[in-house]
Design a protein around this ligand. Structure first.
Ligand code: PLP
Length: 352
């Protein structure tokens, strides 16, 4: 006899992004450049100093303080974990669970619903408008019907790249009967941040990650900014010493290099403008993006066909064409100018 997993988990599809061996990899929204060389040097020195026989600082004081200073909040309003996905999981372990519901508005980041289900939280789904923006009437309907304890927004939204307008996020914060989680994995690329809504008296948290802007996807570090009473609950739920010493020091050092990171964001935003302009010259529909990726739909050929033809030309983008509401769509990450040129010339060849 073999042991069976929880039936709800056994029936669940996993979360995958195919990693093929190609020259130009523009499928997972990572930063195209490594972190600044000075950061890598200092990190190597710090790693030599780690006291490996001792547990790390359980409350990651230096990192927490650095992140708090970065955002002008108190250290006890910051919770960090191994990637923002672990932050989301910890939120759902504390606030979700059997008998509780989380709300998502599709299309959006698949892991919000996925992590909720893994924690035994039911998921209720609302639909975005035809242009993939948030429909506040639909939000109201879903929140009233299901009374979710957690409501997820993603701004800029993955995979559309659309930013949620400030009035819409404020309206959802007012409508939500429980906690509003604004996932800002791409927040630095957008014109505004929901961080301004975070307040001790409001059930709103904003999550961020080092995986995209900070060129640290390999390091696994994410965090949230929220009310201190909520952070205190998360501290109870997360495993002891969950953030290892190297991750802590890497995050603290990265924050010390914030200017270089901001310069990278500025370069990527400029490059995004160039890519958007070039895509608009081609027979594709393009969504205006405020993230480091662009969603587009070839008009005359199927998304699958175009995706395969790009892979044959050694360019990998994300194939979203079978995702709900995203029939025929592909998502391309902003890379280096050379990578983007390779993508554009491959796409031109495929489409014309
Ligand atoms: C990439 C991404 C994350 C990042 O997850 P990490 O675990 O921090 O790497 C979180 N949310 C969204 C919407 C993303 O696209």
């Amino acid at each position: 006899m073999t042991v069976e997993p929880r039936p709800d988990v056994a029936l669940m599809p996993g979360y995958h992004s195919p990693q093929l061996d190609v020259a130009v990899r523009l499928n997972t929204n990572e930063a195209p450049e490594p972190p600044p060389p000075a950061f890598v040097e200092r990190l190597a020195e710090e790693v030599r100093r780690v006291r490996w026989n001792r547990y790390p600082d359980r409350s990651y004081t230096a990192l927490r303080t650095a992140l708090a200073e970065l955002h002008g909040v108190a250290p006890d309003q910051v919770f960090a974990a191994n990637g923002s996905n672990e932050v989301l999981q910890t939120l759902l372990l504390a606030y979700g669970g059997p008998g509780r519901t989380a709300a998502v508005f599709e299309p959006t980041y698949a892991l919000h619903g996925h992590i909720a289900r893994i924690t035994g939280t039911a998921v209720c789904t609302g639909e975005r408008a035809a242009d993939l923006t948030l429909d506040l009437d639909e939000v109201r309907r879903v929140l009233e019907a299901h009374e979710p304890v957690v409501t997820f927004l993603c701004s800029p939204n993955n995979p559309t790249g659309l930013v949620e307008p400030p009035e819409a996020v404020a309206a959802v914060a007012d409508l939500a009967p429980g906690l509003l989680v604004v996932d800002e994995a791409y927040g630095q690329f957008a014109r505004w941040s929901a961080l301004e809504l975070v307040d001790e008296g409001r059930d709103v948290v904003v999550t961020r990650t080092f995986s995209k802007t900070w060129s640290m996807a390999a390091g696994r570090l994410g965090y949230l900014v929220g009310p201190s009473w909520l952070v205190a609950e998360l501290d109870k739920v997360v495993l002891p010493y969950h953030l290892d010493a190297v991750t802590q020091v890497a995050g603290t050092l990265a924050v010390a290099h914030v200017e270089e990171m901001e310069a990278r964001v500025a370069r990527l935003v400029e490059e995004r403008g160039r890519l958007l302009a070039a895509l608009r010259e081609l027979p594709v529909d393009v969504w205006p993006s405020e993230a480091n990726f662009v969603l587009f739909r070839p008009r005359e050929r199927s998304g699958d066909e175009v995706w395969k033809a790009l892979v044959e030309r050694s360019v990998l983008v994300r194939n979203c064409s079978s995702w709900p509401r995203l029939d025929g769509c592909l998502r391309v990450t902003i890379g280096t100018p050379a990578e983007d040129d390779a993508f554009l010339s491959a796409l031109r060849e495929v489409l014309t």
